[in-house]
Design a protein around this ligand. Structure first.
Ligand code: SF4
Length: 101
């Protein structure tokens, strides 16, 4: 006997889509920002970016921690701190993106 396992509807994630999602992605790419959303391969990116919400990584794309469950790259060295970068990261918050988590 074959058991068909069905997942509940709420657990299914739609592929990222929509004008707002792509506008948020464009902001992140244009400003060369690093987000947990991308680095951690977060499955909620379509929904969050579709609502102009993203979680920024202030010290670059590498995390100093080493949590085994997380997809963010880790590095024991001191992180790169781009404090001198003009407009960073203020420019993104002025464009409609927020932060969360
Ligand atoms: S804001 Fe948080 S939950 Fe939403 S996509 Fe980014 S990391 Fe995932």
């Amino acid at each position: 006997m074959t058991v068909v396992r069905r997942h509940p509807e709420w657990i299914k994630v739609k592929a990222p889509h929509g004008e707002t999602f792509f506008a948020t992605r464009r902001i992140v790419q244009d400003l060369r920002l690093h987000t947990v959303c991308e680095e951690a391969h977060c499955p909620n990116v379509g929904e969050c970016w579709g609502h102009r919400t993203a979680t920024f990584m202030l010290l670059g794309e590498v995390c100093t921690r080493n949590c085994s469950f997380c997809a963010v790259a880790t590095d024991g060295r001191n992180p790169w701190i781009p404090w001198s970068r003009p407009g960073w990261p203020k420019a993104s918050s002025g464009s409609g993106c927020g932060t969360s988590s």
